[in-house]
Ligand binder design. Structure first.
Ligand SMILES: [Fe+2]
Length: 240
C-alpha cells in the first residue's frame, strides 16, 4: 500500500489524468480492508440477484449491472475508503477545492451477463461539467471471469461518444484488469465499457465525486452509442 503521496507523485498523476482521462494506482488500499468489503458485497448480492433496471434499458443499453448503495442502508464499513486522506488529497488535486462527494455505489455483475456497453457517465456537452469515478476493486479482475474495464485514453477531450455498435470495438481502446486494492480514477466523459462476465461474478465500488457546483443530477443522463438514456424517468431521451 502507498502510505504516502509526495508532491511530485500527485503532480504527475494530475498531468497524466488530464491527458488520458484516467489513472491507475496499484495497491492503493490494504488487502484486509478489501477482503472485508468483498465479504459484504458477496453477502449482499448472494448467488442470483435480480436486475435493478427495466427490460427496455437492459435490452437497449446492453448493460447488465446491479447497483448497491451501502451507506443508504447505514452500512459504514465502506467509509474508511471514502475518508482516506490520500484519496481526499488526490481528489482535491484533480477537482479543486470544494469538490463534492456524490455517493458510494457497488456495481455488481453476475456470470453470463453482458457487462456494460460503451458509454459516458454524463453528457460531454460542457467540458467543465463532469463526474469523477473513484473505482475501488475488492477482488482481482481476471480474464477467466471477465468484466475487464475498457476505455479509450484521452477520449474525455473528444466530445460525444461516436454512434455505432453499443459493444463494438473502438480504435485505440485499451483494457484494464485492476487487482484487489487498486484505485482507478476515471473521468465521466471518458469513453468506457465493461466486458462480459463469463464466470463467477465481478464488482467494483465507485466513490463518485464531482467538482464544486456540479449538479447532483449530473449522471442522470448517460450517453451510449445508440441513445441518451435518462435514469430518473427510465426513458430514451435521444435515439442515435
Ligand atoms: Fe460508467
Amino acid at each position: 500500500m502507498q502510505q504516502h503521496l509526495d508532491e511530485s507523485t500527485v503532480n504527475s498523476l494530475v498531468a497524466n489524468f488530464s491527458r488520458d482521462g484516467y489513472a491507475v494506482l496499484p495497491g492503493f488500499f490494504a488487502a484486509p480492508l478489501m477482503d472485508h468489503l468483498e465479504s459484504l458485497v458477496v453477502t449482499h448480492f448472494g448467488a442470483d440477484p435480480a436486475f435493478f433496471h427495466n427490460t427496455e434499458f437492459l435490452t437497449k443499453a446492453e448493460t447488465e449491472v446491479i447497483p448497491w448503495f451501502p451507506q443508504r442502508e447505514s452500512i459504514h464499513d465502506f467509509d474508511p475508503v471514502e475518508s482516506d486522506q490520500r484519496l481526499e488529497r488526490l481528489t482535491t488535486a484533480l477537482l479543486g477545492d470544494g469538490w463534492q462527494r456524490q455517493y458510494c455505489m457497488v456495481m455488481f455483475s453476475k456470470a453470463g451477463t453482458a457487462g456494460q456497453a460503451w458509454h459516458q457517465d454524463c453528457p460531454p456537452d460542457d467540458a467543465a461539467k463532469f463526474n469523477l469515478n473513484r473505482l475501488v476493486y475488492t477482488a482481482d479482475i481476471v480474464d477467466s471471469i471477465g468484466g475487464q474495464l475498457q476505455l479509450v485514453p484521452g477520449s474525455h477531450r473528444l466530445g460525444e461518444l461516436p454512434v455505432g455498435e453499443p459493444r463494438g470495438d473502438m480504435a485505440r481502446q485499451i483494457v484494464l484488469k485492476p487487482r484487489k486494492g487498486d484505485l482507478v480514477l476515471l473521468h465521466g466523459h471518458t469513453w468506457h465499457r465493461v466486458l462480459p462476465i463469463h464466470g463467477g461474478y465481478r464488482s467494483s465500488t465507485n466513490f463518485r465525486s464531482a467538482p464544486a457546483g456540479t449538479p447532483e443530477t449530473i449522471t442522470d443522463i448517460c450517453v451510449y452509442r445508440n441513445m441518451r438514456y435518462r435514469f430518473s424517468s427510465n426513458e430514451v431521451i435521444v435515439a442515435r
